[in-house]
Design a protein around this ligand. Sequence first.
Ligand code: ARG
Length: 464
Amino acid sequence: MLIATFIMSDNTWSGRFAEPVSELVKRYTASVFFDRRMAAQDIRGSLAHAKMLARQGIIGAQDLAAIEGGMAQIAGEIDAGSFEWSLDAEDVHLNIEKRLTALVGDAGKRLHTGRSRNDQVATDIRLWLRDCIDDIDGLLRNLQAALLDVAERHAETPLPGFTHLQVAQPVTFGHHLLAYVEMLARDRSRFADARRRMNRLPLGAAALAGTTFPIDREFVAQELGFDGVCENSLDAVSDRDFAIEFCAAASLVMTHVSRFSEELILWMSPRVGFIDLADRFCTGSSIMPQKKNPDVPELARGKTGRVYGHLMGLLTLMKGQPLAYNKDNQEDKEPLFDTADTLIDTLRIFADMVPGVRVKPENMAAALRQGYATATDLADYLVKRGLPFRDAHEAVARAVRAAEAKNCDLADLPLAELQAFSPLIGKDVFDVLTVAGSLAARDHIGGTAPVQVKAAIARARLRL
Ligand code: ARG
């Protein structure tokens, strides 16, 4: 068990207390099990803070040198896995500070001057999330690139477009995939947006009211790559909007991934048979030897609920908190980390899986022949010959009924029979009743004509 690897001792919290905290409470209140993931960010923040303290003459140059030397050693120990995390020190911040003091003495004790764990933790999470968003942006981009490659190979492959899960009109498979490229583009811009708002420095707010020391917050902000400082000290330590925005953006990505998953599952069902997934993304059944199940998309669909749950958890975490910092805030990290992990794993695996999607154009074409997918094209044809659209709609509806009675497609009805529904129908009607004709006719920006799909792919590649 993880806890067993943590060192326990009987230290009291401070001179303020007459008895040591109970073991149960210690475990209950500690966050080091999970917040040590932010160790690198914590060290970065501390180094910038120490540098500022020295520049301002609040600590000495030799203190700064000692802090820098000690932190380098601590970073090495953490990387090597030899750092001894202790439950007694509660969280990542106190663990590192305690070790620093053990290594460099009084200089370590001076580090916390003009700072509180309240502004420290708020800074660490922002730094951590900022890096995380940069990783996620790269992964979203990779998935877009993978979708674009498949879309390009299938820019002309007809697929039944569905509404109400009924065959509606022909689209190309490439066009369909481009819809997801758009969703992911919005996701990237949402994360970029959230990143911009979160990129402000809380440090300097100290516990809640600011500090009596002559600090230089702008300097620390610059050192840490923030665009500026949080304006209000109370807001700086108590705000977790950025965490909620992150989870909201992640939830929308998962919504998109989940819709795509649902389609993959449906398309792969033998009843539909539009695609196959590579074996390495599927699993078999322990009892039914014939099975090949789309576990990855199913799990992604399932994990979407888990990410939504974290969003709801964080919103609820914040709604009742008076200003400023409350210990409740410590509960922000596990949902955040799990959201990030779930999203990152999902995006990685999808970018890996998409290039291996095997498309079965013959089955897509067969489905198109069954659903009167070009009925709208026939109505448009009649409109272009002068019939008002509502009348055209009615004429074609009757033609579809006739075809249905004969169990054939519109294009299989003889010309004379079609003409019974409208005398405006001529020999050239068969051009619009074909799938290729229907696709090519939707020749405008955003349309499914193969030339438009190819142009859209080229534009999307430029935007990547
Ligand atoms: N571990 C705490 C957290 O994650 C750090 C801040 C604690 N501050 C305090 N006053 N108890 O939020």
